[in-house]
Structure formats: structure tokens, C-alpha cells
Design a protein around this ligand. Structure first.
Ligand SMILES: Nc1nc2c(c(=O)[nH]1)N[C@H]1C(S)=C(S)[C@@H](COP(=O)(O)O)O[C@H]1N2
Ligand SMILES: [Mo]
Length: 257
């Protein structure tokens, strides 16, 4: 939780130099794009650039997670870990690029989900439409690059089921999302079709609370927290690279592979 305008002090050259080899090696492996802005790193990770070990642990968290999920994603028989329901944290931990007090609740009655792009059926879905589709539940870990995590329980429509119902071209490269708070996001089709990727409508047994994405948010077991958009308003299937909010500030787009 933080204000997007929280001031941070720019690191001096020696601080940057301290991270140079780690940043270079992450760049070589395609885990971060060149020119990762230190400002973006600080905003997303909450790390203190004056403390090299803090920056380093944030970058290493990204790189370790990327390595770990490769196997889960490309072997459908190997899923990301799940947990007993008794471990679900209530309420979940909140994060966004602004403070929780700034959350603008979405009106579920007038809300529509627009579907566009490479789909046979371009239409707007209502919340009851989504509730009528087959639902699945999963208890998974949410990992934020800030260095915190929690076990959360999510119920909703598998994104694969939804895309099939829309007649989406499942050979397309990307699925992109628009949200009510201007937080564009996108994922690769392999992740979109992964069994642990849900359009989540519920947390535990209850309708999502406003801060956590009501009426619909994405929840994936195979990606870092920032790849899971809340308050989704539109989905597009496309072959044109859509990018995303943190990605445009230099964070890895795959963030999980
Ligand atoms: N629409 C929207 N989705 C978002 C964000 C955001 O700022 N806006 N922040 C992301 C980040 S960085 C994290 S860690 C998770 C936090 O989800 P939670 O509040 O359910 O724990 O939401 C992600 N999805
Ligand atoms: Mo995050």
C-alpha cells in the first residue's frame, strides 16, 4: 500500500554500481528489460535503494520465481503448489499502485465485461453470465515482488473455459486485460489456458470484496502478484504485444516464466 507519489530518493552512482552485475545477468536472461527504472523498482518492490541488499532481494525474488514456474507452466501434469483451505488468510493482503483508501468500488449491477479481438463472439458479459459458467476453486500462494506473500483461496471461471465459450482463437499469442483503475495487463496464451488460471469471482466462499477486485479479477498460480489484474472491464485476444502497467516501467512481462 502506498501513494504513487510517495517521494523516493534517487540513488547515487555507487548504489547503482552495486547492483550492476545482478541487473546485467537478469537482463541477459530476459528477466528484466534494459533500462529498468530505479523509480519503478522502488515503487513496486517498496525496497530501499540506499540498502543494496534490499534491491538485490527484490531482483532475486523475480529471478527465482521465474525459474521455479517454468516447469509448472509447460507440463500440465505439474501444477503449482496448492494448500489446505484452513490456510486461507482472511482478509487477504491488499496491494495496488495506490493506497487502499483510494479504491473506487465497481458497481456490479451496471458492470460489463467487454470481449474483443480474435474471438467469434464479441459481446459484453454481465456478472450473472459469468456466475452461470462452470466454477473452480484453488488455494494458492500470492507472491508480490515487494517480498511478502499470502495463501489465498479463489473461486471463479477457468479462463480457458471462458475463452472457449467466446470462441477465442486459442493459437493467438496474448490475452490482454483492461481494468477500472487504468492498470493494463496481459499474459501469454499458455498461461491463459493453464488449469490454475481463473477469472476469480470469490475469495474463499464469499464474493470478492471491493479492494480485491470485485466483481472480477484474474488469479493465476503461476505468476507474480502484479500480473493479476483486479476490477477487469475488458478482455482482448490478440497477436499484438499488449504490455502492461509495470511492464512499461521495465518489469518483466512474463513474470512467472
Ligand atoms: N487493477 C489493478 N490490479 C492489480 C494492481 C493494481 O494496482 N491495479 N496491483 C497488482 C499487484 S502489484 C499485486 S501484488 C496484486 C495485489 O492483489 P491483492 O490486493 O488481492 O493481494 O494486485 C495486482 N493487480
Ligand atoms: Mo505486487
Amino acid at each position: 500500500m502506498r501513494s504513487p507519489f510517495r517521494p523516493y530518493t534517487l540513488p547515487d552512482a555507487s548504489v547503482l554500481a552495486a547492483h550492476k552485475s545482478l541487473i546485467r545477468s537478469l537482463e541477459r536472461r530476459g528477466l528484466i528489460r534494459g533500462g529498468l527504472s530505479l523509480g519503478a523498482l522502488v515503487m513496486l518492490t517498496g525496497c530501499d535503494v540506499e540498502r543494496p541488499e534490499s534491491v538485490e532481494s527484490a531482483l532475486l525474488a523475480i529471478s527465482r520465481f521465474n525459474d521455479r514456474v517454468q516447469a509448472w507452466l509447460f507440463d500440465p501434469n505439474r501444477l503449482a503448489p496448492t494448500y489446505p483451505e484452513s490456510m486461507i488468510l482472511r482478509p487477504p493482503k491488499f496491494n495496488a499502485y495506490y493506497d487502499v483508501t483510494e479504491v473506487k468500488p465497481v458497481d456490479g449491477t451496471s458492470w460489463r465485461l467487454d470481449v474483443a479481438g480474435l474471438v467469434a463472439e464479441k459481446r459484453a458479459w454481465t456478472l450473472p453470465d459469468l456466475q452461470a459458467l462452470p466454477q473452480r476453486s484453488m488455494v494458492i500462494q500470492h507472491i508480490c515482488v515487494e517480498g511478502w506473500s499470502y495463501i489465498g483461496g479463489w473461486t471463479g471461471v477457468p479462463l480457458r473455459t471462458f475463452l472457449e465459450r467466446c470462441g477465442a482463437d486459442l493459437r493467438a499469442k496474448y490475452v490482454s486485460f483492461k481494468t477500472a483503475d487504468d492498470y493494463p495487463s496481459s499474459i501469454d496464451m499458455a498461461t491463459a489456458l493453464h488449469p490454475q488460471t481463473l477469472l476469480a469471482l470469490k475469495y474463499g466462499d464469499e464474493t470478492l470484496a471491493d479492494p480485491f477486485g470485485y466483481p472480477v479479477r484474474l488469479r493465476m498460480a503461476t505468476k507474480l502478484g502484479y500480473k493479476n489484474p483486479k476490477w477487469i472491464t475488458a478482455i482482448e485476444v490478440t497477436n499484438t504485444y499488449p504490455g502492461g502497467f509495470w511492464e512499461s516501467k521495465g518489469f518483466p512481462w512474463f513474470a512467472g516464466l
